[in-house]
Write a protein that binds this ligand. Structure first.
Ligand SMILES: C[S@@+](CC[C@H](N)C(=O)[O-])C[C@H]1O[C@@H](n2cnc3c(N)ncnc32)[C@H](O)[C@@H]1O
Length: 182
C-alpha cells in the first residue's frame, strides 16, 4: 500500500513537471525571444569575438542557462560576468550551472535593468528586441562598449565586423556581428 501511494505521488509529480514544461515552452514562443541556447560548438568563437580582458564587465542579455558567461569566465580570468534572464526555468538552470563561479545572474527584464557599467555585451535575441536594445545602449552605455549579437542585427546599423560560424547547426548561430558603440 505504501509503495502504491509512493508510486502514485511520483506519477503525479511527473505529470505536473511535464505540464509545467509544456506551458513554459508554449508561452516562450510568444515572447521577445524564446529560450534557445546557443550551440556549445560556437561558444569559443563567441568569447573570442568579445575580446575580453581582465577588468572587463560582460553582460549576457537574456542569458538562458548561462553557458556563454561560463565559457567567458573559463577563458578569461579577472572579468565580471553578469546575466539577466526573465524566465524562471533558464534562470534556475543558469544559477545551478554558474554556482561555482563569480558570475551574477539577475532574474528580471533587461530593458528595465541598468547596464551602464558594461564594457562588453552579448545577445542572442530576435531583431525587434535587438532594435529596442540598441536605443538603450546609445542612451546608457559608454562609447567603445563592444557588443556582439548572434544571427540578428538592428535595423540601419552596420556592424563593424561579421564573423562566420561554420560549425552552426540547424541553420541557427550562423554569424556573429560585432558593434563598437560610437
Ligand atoms: C535565444 S535565448 C539565448 C540564451 C543565451 N543568451 C545563449 O546565447 O545561449 C534568449 C533568452 O532571452 C530571454 N529573454 C527574452 N526577453 C528577455 C527580457 N526582456 N529580459 C530578460 N531576458 C529575456 C529568454 O527567456 C531566453 O532565455
Amino acid at each position: 500500500m505504501i509503495l502504491l501511494t509512493f508510486l502514485l505521488v511520483i506519477y503525479l509529480l511527473l505529470i505536473l513537471i511535464f505540464m509545467f514544461l509544456i506551458v513554459f515552452f508554449i508561452s516562450s514562443l510568444f515572447q521577445d525571444a524564446p529560450f534557445v541556447p546557443v550551440n556549445s560548438s560556437v561558444l569559443k568563437k563567441i568569447v573570442e569575438s568579445l575580446e575580453l580582458e581582465p577588468g572587463s564587465v560582460l553582460y549576457d542579455l537574456g542569458c538562458g542557462d548561462g553557458r556563454v558567461l561560463k565559457e567567458a569566465l573559463k577563458e578569461v580570468k579577472g572579468i565580471q560576468a553578469i546575466g539577466i534572464e526573465k524566465n524562471i526555468l533558464p534562470f534556475t538552470l543558469s544559477k545551478i550551472s554558474l554556482r561555482k563561479t563569480s558570475a551574477k545572474v539577475i532574474l528580471g527584464n533587461f530593458l528595465k535593468t541598468d547596464i551602464s557599467n558594461a564594457t562588453h555585451i552579448y545577445l542572442y535575441l530576435f531583431p525587434k528586441i535587438v532594435n529596442r536594445l540598441f536605443f538603450k545602449f546609445k542612451e546608457e552605455c559608454r562609447s567603445g562598449t563592444r557588443i556582439v549579437t548572434c544571427d540578428f542585427i538592428p535595423r540601419d546599423i552596420t556592424p563593424d565586423k561579421v564573423i562566420d560560424l561554420p560549425l552552426s547547426h540547424n541553420g541557427l548561430c550562423k554569424k556573429l556581428y560585432v558593434f563598437i558603440l560610437k
